[in-house]
Ligand binder design. Structure first.
Ligand code: UT7
Length: 345
């Protein structure tokens, strides 16, 4: 029998016999590099304007990591901040999941490199690749280990050094992305529901819309692949935009339905930060009120797997989310992939 107090929502996991076990987000932390690159600086690199970038995307600036700062460094810094807030030490971590499309190298995993940096010697570690949907995929995978009692403490990180795969001569993409990392500590804590439900989706038929064609088994690195620019991120923006709005709305509605709540009961919606027009379209279709949708896109651009993790940390730190509030996370990215989650913070 659960000892949890009655809540005004349904916990979809209650139908399973978890004997009171829940998956709580004990803390979140984030890190962005110091270097700010403004739209004005990009005007000097490519044929673009601050006005175009601001009106078409909502982005004003982004953070770019130093040459000697890698995805594992960003992830480890975000993780240390989350660990400090949760009051846990590295030796308590059972599992590290790093969601990223910009690993330090193809192998070993960035999660193993983070494990070494944190000194989390007891932890198992692996990477998960779901592009911009990676943080929700990571939370959902991590919570399975908590609910099954396999592990007690799971560290989920979304970290990206997207600047390392951007073609700085391509105005269609270089203005959109930034570097950063966010981390969450998952634990089962008494009297806390935490992650109520999450859904994940994918459509590999649309893989070509957003990809980096080179560097894998299909197209290993050669002089020709490098000179053809196959090791840079490519995107068909308009088609990706349409798919994003549809997939994010249906994923959000799915998790609201599972929890038997409507949008008015959600304190804050935290969508993937890719484009202000996508965020507005999703907010409109879900029927959100002014101020109910969190935005930090103007400061960081699209940080892929780190995006909603950084946003959740900023929402908590700024007091926009308090313990007990319901938060809706909703994401979309290459794959295509998408997902949504309801959290009782
Ligand atoms: O995180 C994963 C998911 N990612 C997304 O969801 C991103 C989805 N897509 C988008 O956010 C938008 O499609 C973009 C911001 C990428 C592009 O906006 P758009 O309104 O779809 O513009 P467009 O691609 O249709 O381009 C319109 C025009 C083009 O010129 P012409 O062909 O009309 O003469 C582009 O060449 O804007 C031009 N353009 C630019 N102009 C100035 C494209 N990029 C730029 C730029 N500066 N940086």
């Amino acid at each position: 029998m659960s000892t949890l107090p009655a809540r005004k929502f349904r916990n979809p996991r209650a139908k399973h016999d978890f004997k009171g076990r829940t998956c709580s987000i004990a803390s979140v932390g984030s890190y962005v590099p110091d270097r700010i690159v403004t739209n004005a600086e990009l005007e000097k690199l490519v044929d673009t304007t601050d006005d175009w970038i601001t009106s078409r995307t909502g982005i004003k600036e982004r953070r770019i990591a130093a040459a000697d700062e890698f995805t594992s460094d960003l992830g480890a810094k975000a993780a240390r901040r989350a660990m400090e807030k949760a009051g846990i030490t590295a030796d308590q971590i059972d599992l590290i999941i790093v969601s990223t499309i910009t690993p330090d190298m193809p192998f070993p995993s960035t999660a193993c490199l983070v494990q070494q940096k944190l000194g989390a010697t007891r932890a198992a570690a692996f990477d998960l690749e779901a592009a911009c949907s990676g943080f929700i995929y990571g939370l959902e995978v991590g919570q399975q280990f908590i609910m099954s009692r396999t592990y007690d403490t799971v560290l989920v990180i979304g970290a990206e050094k997207l600047s390392s795969i951007i073609n700085w001569k391509d105005r269609n993409t270089c203005v959109l992305f930034g570097d950063g990392a966010g981390a969450a500590i998952l634990q089962s804590r008494p009297n806390s529901h935490g992650l109520l439900t999450a859904c994940m989706g994918a459509d590999g038929a649309k893989a070509e819309l957003l990809s980096m064609p080179g560097g894998g088994s299909r197209c290993p690195a050669t002089v020709a692949s490098v000179s053809d620019g196959l090791h840079f991120l490519r995107m068909e923006g308009k088609e990706t935009f349409k798919s994003a709005v549809n997939a994010m709305c249906s994923a959000a509605n799915e998790v609201l339905r599972r929890c038997e709540i409507d949008i008015t009961q959600v304190k804050l919606v935290i969508p993937h930060q890719a484009n202000q027009r996508i965020i507005d379209a999703v907010g409109d279709r879900l029927g959100t009120k002014p101020g109910q949708v969190f935005v930090n896109l103007h400061k960081y651009g699209n940080t892929s797997a780190a995006s909603v993790a950084i946003a959740l940390d900023e929402a908590v730190t700024s007091g926009q989310v308090q313990r007990g509030d319901l938060v809706l996370l909703v994401v979309f990215g290459a794959g295509l992939t998408w997902g949504a989650a309801v959290i009782e913070w």
